[in-house]
Write a protein that binds this ligand. Structure first.
Ligand SMILES: *Cc1c(COP(=O)(O)O)cnc(C)c1O
Length: 321
């Protein structure tokens, strides 16, 4: 495990459960399992907590006292950062894109309940969001504070190590359950999760990884490859992940954080079949991608596929289905 050399906090309850999806396996004809990272036990759970265990350990070790991060209006990452900072007694400021602002619903309700400072920036461009974050950082510094900026999604190599660990955790659970993981499928939003999973899968040996793209990113394959290889270097592994190992399937639908018909249908199928709730921004579209790939014969017969539930359920209470 990577946490011997590099600082890591315990913010979530791990291992999260992993279970076979009986009903979905029947419907799709594929051996399907789910990794419940939505159940990691802080706020309403989600993948960002594994990244934050590394990022906030670093912030604390270096004596930072105020955390800033950015995201979309309903950012899961921002809310989970705020929740973890509240738990650790760190100050936190969220700088969010105004588009998609809902008032006190979903994650914005949770941010309000935690009494977190939220600054909205009316722009479609992250460079404007970071410019605003920089202005806030300068103001905080002038007041004698030591601010720590976490980039969007926490998708930096250090954060990705959380998903390197997650694959080790999943492989151990699978072994106990009596099967071998052949394929992992996860959402690819800002790339840190996918990058970490790739690195973890490579360390385990023969596990394929497919990332489902749910937001528009330029040169995304290269970016994920870079994150994975730089994360490898952090833990003294060879940075030997090749570009073609980053497999991406695009299921954005009408746009980032805009529900898609297929995504909504996939959310309903999962809820009706398994009693599990996915979200309209990431996991619903990713599961829709999984269902489509099953139909197209993408998975080898007999393959054991693990779908990572990366969280995001608060958006169900903010966006239309
Ligand atoms: C952020 C997020 C993702 C995507 O993870 P990245 O590491 O940003 O690619 C997937 N699912 C949910 C619910 C998220 O909040």
């Amino acid at each position: 495990m990577s946490d011997k050399k590099i600082g890591k906090l315990h913010l979530g309850f791990y291992p999260t459960p992993m279970a076979r999806l009986e009903g979905i396996s029947k419907v799709t004809g594929v051996n399907c399992y789910i990794k419940r990272d939505d159940l990691c036990g802080i706020a309403f759970g989600g993948n960002k907590v594994r990244k934050l265990e590394y990022l906030l350990a670093h912030a604390r070790a270096e004596g930072y006292d105020t955390v800033l991060t950015t995201g979309g209006a309903q950012s899961n990452h921002a809310t989970l950062t705020a929740a973890c900072c509240r738990k650790l007694g760190l100050d936190v400021v969220l700088v969010l894109k105004k588009r998609g602002e809902t008032g006190k619903k979903g994650n914005l309700l949770l941010d309000d309940i935690m009494d977190v400072e939220v600054v909205f920036v009316d722009t479609d461009d992250y460079s404007d969001v970071y410019a605003e974050a920089d202005r806030i950082i300068e103001k905080l510094k002038a007041k004698g504070k030591k601010p720590y900026l976490i980039p969007v999604g926490g998708s930096v190599p250090l954060g990705a190590l959380g998903y390197y660990d997650a694959v080790g955790e999943m492989a151990a659970q699978a072994k106990e359950m009596g099967f071998t993981i052949n394929h992992i499928i996860c959402a690819s939003g800002s790339g840190g999760t996918h990058g970490g999973v790739l690195l973890g899968a490579k360390a385990q040996g023969n596990i394929k990884v497919t990332g489902v793209v749910v937001s528009v990113e330029v040169e995304f394959q290269k970016e994920i490859c870079r994150i994975a290889n730089e994360a490898a270097e952090l833990i003294g592994r060879k940075p030997d992940i090749a570009l073609e190992e980053v497999v991406l399937k695009e299921y954005i639908g009408p746009g980032y954080a805009v529900p898609s018909e297929e995504g909504s249908a996939a959310i309903r199928l999962m809820a009706e079949t398994e009693g599990i709730f996915l979200d309209p921004v990431y996991t619903g579209k990713t599961f829709a991608g999984f269902l489509d790939l099953c139909k197209k014969g993408y998975f080898t017969p007999g393959e054991n596929v693990v779908f990572i539930h990366t969280g995001g359920t608060p958006a169900l209470f903010a966006l239309p289905l």
